[in-house]
Design a binder for this molecule. Structure first.
Ligand code: PRP
Ligand code: URA
Length: 209
């Protein structure tokens, strides 16, 4: 079974509280999503492999560490995942970016795929799939299915707010994909929104309704 990491860092929790506030406008919302994504990227990269290297400081040569292991790909689930992408790239600037476009049908709550574009070396990369919200889990499951179908072997999923229902569904569908969450909320309401949540992440990020 996959691991579920709920990040308890005070800066993340503080910023998340402002994101939840219905009075927070689009500009501040966008900036905060970006900042939280950077802080979460620090957590999600904690187990990255290192190798020994030599470096010459102004004083002498010394052994030091640099990143080894798999190259990274960031995959935002459109639209709302876009808001987290730059925040992650600040820490992993060499990462390539793929896109999976999905929307959730408002009647059935089922995700509908409309766009997929991934880097060509899919099999060799560690993909960080990002979306602010994990509600029923349908979108995350379909996005990861889509990556696997195209050859992806290593993935992590990162979101800001998750419902227990979505975490359970994602773990059952993809037991090999660890999940990183800033807050695990109470439940879903009858419209499939996370309670207490932060509302519609895509609309709040892009100022749509
Ligand atoms: C939202 C959110 C997730 C999805 C989560 O996207 O950004 O992608 O819903 O719900 P689920 O876990 O029940 O699938 P939405 O469909 O509203 O599209 P948008 O990002 O384009 O607004
Ligand atoms: N998508 C959102 O943007 N918010 C929710 O609460 C659930 C799905």
């Amino acid at each position: 079974m996959s691991e579920v990491h709920v990040t308890s860092h005070p800066l993340i929790q503080h910023k998340l509280t402002i994101l939840r506030d219905k009075e927070t406008g689009t500009k501040a919302f966008r900036e905060l999503v970006d900042e939280v994504a950077t802080l979460m990227a620090y957590e999600i990269t904690r187990d990255m492999e290192l190798e020994e290297t030599m470096v010459e400081t102004p004083i002498q040569k010394t052994k030091a560490k640099s990143l080894a292991g798999k190259k990274v790909g960031v995959v935002p689930i459109l639209r709302a995942g876009l808001g987290m992408t730059d925040g992650i790239l600040k820490l992993i600037p060499a990462a390539k970016v793929g896109h999976v476009g999905l929307y959730r049908d408002h009647e059935t709550l089922e995700p509908v795929e409309y766009f997929v574009k991934l880097p060509s070396d899919v099999e060799e990369r560690l993909f960080i799939v990002v979306d602010p919200m994990l509600a029923t889990g349908g979108s995350a499951i379909m996005a990861i299915d889509s990556l696997k179908k195209r050859g992806a072997k290593n993935m992590k999923f990162m979101c800001l707010v998750a419902a227990p229902e979505g975490v359970k569904a994602l773990q059952e569908a993809h037991p090999d994909v660890d999940i990183y969450i800033a807050a695990l909320d109470e439940k879903l309401n009858e419209d499939g929104y996370i309670i207490p949540g932060l509302g519609d992440a895509g609309d709040r990020l892009f100022g749509t309704k």
